[in-house]
Structures are given as structure tokens and as C-alpha cells.
Design a binder for this molecule. Structure first.
Ligand code: ZN
Length: 133
């Protein structure tokens, strides 16, 4: 069901801190920035070969990214896998007993359909499924 690594999500205290590393030091190109209000984050997508680095900055203290940074500091937050059919992927994971954060897909960065799978059922890795539209 998995096609490729769509992006790696990295939590930052401020996007500027992440951009200083990934854009300024490593030279990656920023493909775009946007606010995903539903998830309470500001996002910067940087191009890296055929995948992306997704920098995340919290918009409010109650967001999942804010809680992550508060507890563990900045760092890798999730790995996103591109799937062809997100509904089918979720059904398959559910059948295999995976704990889903999102039972149904929602709209993520870039207008993609996304759904998260809880790290308790993926060996400690918060997994994001992405279906491009
Ligand atoms: Zn992501």
C-alpha cells in the first residue's frame, strides 16, 4: 500500500530555527509555507530529492506539536508515507489491529488527505498516511 516517504515531519519551536538549518545551512529550497488551522500548525515544506522535509511550528499551546516540543524538545515528529488510496490503507491497518489517531482522513498541508496512526502500534513512530489529490 505504501508508495514512498512523502515527507519527514520535524517539530520546531519556531520555523525560523528549522529554516536556519535546513534552508540556510543545508541549502534546501522552500517549496511553500502555510498554516493548517485544523492541526494548529504553521508548516514549511522543503524539497529534498523526491521527498520533503516538513517543518512544523505550533500556532497554539494545545496543539499536538506544542505538546511534543514541550515534552521532548524539537526533533523528528513523524514520518509520512504516500499511499494511493488512504481509505483502503486505513481499513487494512484497522484490520491488522493498528491504533488509528484518525479514523477518517482529514485535509492536511497542501490540501492532501492525511491520517495519523498512533506510535503505540508502529514501534514508537508516529506515522502519517498521505494521499495526494
Ligand atoms: Zn506531515
Amino acid at each position: 500500500m505504501a508508495i514512498k516517504v512523502d515527507h519527514i515531519g520535524i517539530a520546531t519551536r519556531e520555523l525560523a530555527e528549522g529554516l536556519a538549518v535546513w534552508r540556510d545551512t543545508l541549502g534546501l529550497k522552500v517549496a511553500g509555507t502555510e498554516e493548517v488551522e485544523e492541526q494548529g500548525v504553521r508548516v514549511a515544506m522543503l524539497e529534498l530529492g523526491d521527498t520533503h522535509i516538513e517543518l512544523l511550528e505550533s500556532l497554539r499551546p494545545s496543539s499536538a506539536v506544542a505538546k511534543f516540543v514541550e515534552k521532548r524538545g524539537p526533533g523528528i515528529h513523524h514520518i509520512a508515507i504516500e499511499v494511493e488510496d488512504i481509505q483502503a490503507a486505513l481499513a487494512e491497518l484497522r484490520n491488522r489491529g493498528a491504533r488509528l489517531v484518525d479514523e477518517t482522513p482529514r485535509i492536511g498541508a497542501g490540501g492532501c488527505l492525511v491520517a495519523f496512526v498512533h506510535p503505540s502500534s508502529t514501534n514508537g513512530v508516529l506515522l502519517e498516511l498521505v494521499q495526494h489529490r
